[in-house]
Design a protein around this ligand. Structure first.
Ligand code: ADP
Ligand code: GN1
Ligand code: MG
Length: 370
């Protein structure tokens, strides 16, 4: 997509319904997909107001109009529920700021799509667990999110990325990337390639169960990493689930599992020293407890039993996606150094191995809360 140019961002800012004088503008957050900016405005006597401005990644989200329709649908629905519960709809869900033409997005003269949200103040999105209680609160929030959307008309949601968590299909894409080897990198990562090939069974588990009708599709978030939740700086409660680009019909185990692979790891997703990487059973247990509380009894016994499998599948899938991207020349995930995707893939595979070693403990923990 190329970098955001100065002219482009100025054009975008000029075309949203902002008020006041732009006092500051800076790149923001550590997401791997969109280009995010924090804008600060001075609004007369009202003082400082902030907004998030994002250029959507249109190579990944090929239909940004459908995507924004999903977001408007889901956030309007959540807003009603939040108001019913006496909550604050400006902090507990995303609020889209419309463009000057009234649309929930702006298309610039390069054809890139932009959107803007009210900035959620006095809250933080964490890249790593700093305090186990925060992780618990994030679990409750992601569980709640699923519960609140349990009756949302799933058929109205567009599939923003086809087969996003179809691990079986992603396995085929991976094999293809190895075969094509467009960057000539395969030979240097044979060990990682062999790891994927030896674990094909993990890629098939959920598609087999879905085919047999043993697990239900639900409206899920599909990208439940810790930095996609805002934690209130004062109350330390998880107040808002953000990054709604991938809200689609999916599996409860995926939402659970993605949080574990990111938040229950003892190291960062791109840690180079693999000795630091393991799946903390303390954090795993905390998350199980919070997530089941948030889901409020909506999960079937089979889904609960499959939570550890969700953690393994999502970690394996994510590692395989990082490795695929490395082989294909790093065109999907943003990279900030040479071999970044390879480092990320290695942490994920280390976590999968670690989970295999702790499998019985993971099952026992889940049983305690069933
Ligand atoms: P990506 O898909 O690239 O991960 P996100 O939508 O998650 O993009 O945004 C990136 C980061 O920007 C988030 O991790 C969070 O820190 C911050 N952010 C996004 N939306 C808001 C918001 N409405 N209020 C405050 N911070 C936000
Ligand atoms: C991406 O958008 P972000 O940074 O929250 C990715 C997730 C991966 C994650 C790995 C749309 O999440 O699927 O699990 O990176 N999002 C998309 O950190 O592909
Ligand atoms: Mg994000």
């Amino acid at each position: 997509m190329g970098r955001v140019s100065e002219l482009q961002i100025r054009e975008a800012i000029a075309n949203f319904n902002y008020e006041g004088r732009l006092a500051d503008r800076r790149p923001y957050g550590s997401g791997h997909i969109n280009d995010t900016f924090l804008l600060t405005f001075e609004v007369g006597e009202m003082g400082i107001l902030k907004a998030i401005l994002q250029r959507m990644n249109r190579e990944i989200f090929t239909n940004p109009v459908d995507l924004m329709e999903n977001i408007i649908g889901v956030t309007s629905y959540l807003k009603e529920k939040i108001i019913e519960d006496g909550g604050d709809p400006y902090r507990e869900t995303l609020n889209v700021i419309s463009a000057k033409d009234g649309k929930p997005y702006y298309v610039d003269s390069r054809g890139d799509y932009w959107r803007s949200y009210i900035f959620i103040t006095d809250a933080t999105s964490y890249d790593q667990v700093e305090n186990p209680q925060d992780f618990y609160e994030s679990a409750v929030s992601f569980g709640n999110f699923q519960r609140l959307l349990a009756d949302y008309p799933a058929e109205t949601l567009h599939e923003t990325i086809k087969g996003f968590h179809d691990t079986k299909a992603r396995f085929q894409v991976f094999k293809d990337a190895v075969k094509q080897d467009v960057r000539g990198r395969a030979a240097s990562v044979q060990k990682e390639i062999d790891f994927v090939l030896a674990h094909e069974d993990i890629a098939n588990v959920f598609s087999d169960l879905l085919e047999k009708g043993e697990i239900p599709l639900r409206v899920t978030h599909n990208d439940t990493k810790l930095n996609n939740i805002m934690i209130d700086n004062t109350t330390r409660k998880g107040i808002c689930v953000i990054d709604l680009d991938t809200v689609m019909p999916g599996l409860a185990m995926h939402d659970f599992g993605d949080s574990i692979r990111f938040g229950a790891s003892t190291a960062a997703e791109d840690e180079k020293d693999l000795d630091k990487v393991s799946c903390s059973m303390e954090l795993f247990e905390i998350y199980v407890k919070g997530f089941l509380k948030g889901c409020g009894g909506k999960l079937t016994p089979k889904e609960v039993e499959l939570l550890p499998m969700g953690a393994k599948v999502m970690t394996f899938e994510c590692g395989m996606r990082f490795l695929t991207d490395y082989l294909e020349g790093d065109h999907y995930f943003k990279v900030h150094r040479e071999g970044h995707n390879l480092d990320r893939c290695r942490t994920q595979f280390r976590l999968v191995e670690d989970m295999e070693g702790k499998w019985d403990t993971m099952q026992e923990i889940v049983k305690k809360y069933q």
